[in-house]
Design a protein around this ligand. Structure first.
Ligand code: ADP
Length: 259
């Protein structure tokens, strides 16, 4: 769908507040009355300095955690627990080492008792999309780190989610692999038309991927600004307009880091 075109809100946060109590009894307000909407078919990046509540918000949307007050909804219905419609991509690919790539892809659909003909077709298409069909009978340790990340992405998609939630999935990768995976990730998402909520603290990654950015600020975690990224695809990190966004985002985020 892209920037500037607003579809319908698929995920909404309604005045979401989250407090954590630490072991010494101190209260941390990780999110403070967050009102936010994420739109169907868009890639939205959650960005902000460490501790501004990005992971907390994503975990509440995933259904892993509950808000202390307020609520999150998917298509208007409250989210109270995880659901395969919201697929999560973690930082660690976490593939099962004793299963082949194909068995890893089919694990989720099998456990949920999905029609394996349907899931198998989806899995075949996804493997072909990332150019790894010939590795289907390999085990994870026989693949490179970049390949394992690609498999982790399509394993989540093999479960047929509408929404992808990703929490700094590429942070541990070296620069070169990371750029390649970002390109692959965008390609997969564009072809499968998924709605994406993606957490990062990396400005360049955010500008490369985002249709729209939700910029957050810490102590307590709040939404600071929404920024639409209006750049043609594929994006070029050396483009002057890319650089304009880099400066804008840097200025939005840096004061919160040094405060
Ligand atoms: P971000 O993802 O932006 O780095 P987080 O959502 O991880 O931010 O954390 C927001 C705030 O909540 C931080 O101050 C963090 O220390 C605190 N926090 C997160 N999880 C917990 C937890 N389980 N217990 C106590 N405090 C937490």
């Amino acid at each position: 769908m892209g920037a500037g075109t607003v579809g319908k809100p698929i995920i909404e946060g309604h005045h979401v507040t989250k407090d954590y109590r630490s072991a010494d009894g101190r209260l941390t307000r990780a999110l403070d009355g967050v009102d936010v909407a994420f739109y169907e078919g868009q890639i939205t990046l959650l960005i902000g300095p460490s501790g501004c509540g990005k992971t907390t918000l994503l975990n509440i949307i995933a259904g892993f955690e509950q808000a202390s007050s307020g609520w999150v909804s998917e298509n208007g219905l409250p989210i109270t627990s995880p659901h395969p419609r919201r697929g999560v991509i973690f930082q660690d690919p976490n593939l099962f080492p004793w299963l082949t790539i194909w068995e890893n892809l089919m694990f989720g659909p099998e456990v949920r008792g999905e029609d394996l003909a349907v899931a198998g077709k989806r899995g075949e298409d996804l493997l072909a999309m990332v150019g790894l069909t010939k590795f289907r009978s390999h085990y994870p340790h026989q693949l490179s780190g970049g390949m394992r990340h690609r498999i982790a992405i399509i394993r989540t998609l093999a479960n047929g989610p509408d929404i992808l939630l990703a929490d700094e999935p590429f942070t541990a990768l070296d620069e070169h692999t990371r750029r390649k995976i970002q390109q692959d990730f965008y390609g997969i998402v564009a072809r499968t038309q998924k709605t994406v909520l993606f957490v990062t603290h990396n400005i360049e990654e955010a500008i490369y991927l985002a249709d729209r950015m939700v910029v957050m600020s810490p102590s307590p975690g709040r939404i600071k600004q929404i920024v639409d990224i209006d750049l043609p695809r594929p994006r070029d990190i050396l483009d002057l307009r890319f650089n304009d966004y880099r400066s804008l985002l840097f200025n939005l985020i840096t004061p919160d880091v040094v405060e």
